[in-house]
Design a binder for this molecule. Sequence first.
Ligand code: CO
Ligand code: ZN
Length: 333
Amino acid sequence: MLELLKKLTQTNAPSGSEERLHNIITEEIKDYVDEITIDPLGNLIAHKKGNGAKVMFAAHMDEIGLIVTYITDKGFLKVSNLGGVSPTTALHQRVIFSNRTVGVVALDDTNADLSKGIRLSDLYVDIGAGSKEEAEKLVSIGDSAAFCGDFYANGNTVISKALDDRSGCAVLISAIKQIKTVKNDLYFVFTISEELGLRGAKTSAYSVAPDYAVAIDVTRTGDTPSKLSMAVKLGGGAAIKIKDSSFLAHPYIKQLMKETCEEFSINHQFEVLEAGGTDSGAIHLSGGGVATGCISIPTRYIHSPSEQVDLRDLESAAELAVKMIEKGFNQGA
Ligand code: CO
Ligand code: ZN
């Protein structure tokens, strides 16, 4: 899991550039599924054929980033956000473009009163170009950049950028490899543009038209010295989502998760996230409605270059997915 997580997080794929992950994911899972397709928007859909109800699992491929809106005469880049970028967090971080050009996110006015808050429009990216012409040799309007954030593992603790949601992708890949018995028609979807509003989940849920669905994504924790009142903690196991701002877990899926964890002694905890959402928000509202749940991975410092997870939580999340699949989704049976 560690090596896979490193490979996935250190691939730079902000929303719109998810195709950079297609080969990595395909290589990992191709021997374990019957068919892999890339849909018109770039969702990677792996089908493991089976009888019975259709079940869709989803993890999003994209990460947050910046996109160039304007290049100044002196060669500095003005940028807009791809997903939830906090200007305060972005300040003085490094970003990297697809051609390996690296820039520093800096503040227009060093005398600005930081206590009053900064906006993304106050920031620029400095790629070391001396002029607009020089900058234009390296980047163009509309080019996107990912935040840099090296991968470190201290025992079970992993620190990296893009753990949102490459840890979900790693969990799903790992689960796909471990499934021994198939009781449903299974679809594993690696979605695009979750960070821009659950876009790939919306369209893939329409095309797959599942009866049941489970999203796998990160969630916040309440175990740091912050004021957040939240029961989820790092190392506390797979988090069974009950609610976030776009979603209430379906009682059947919630119960199946709980029972599965109890039956197989999988370390778990329950999650109520007051702000934020995942692909499950879009999937459960697709078609005539889909019984949906979400397995969350406790993560500190989400949407920063130094997100933090505990490997054991990822392993619990993968085990939960595998055991649910092996038990089978069949409401009312
Ligand atoms: Co996110
Ligand atoms: Zn996410």
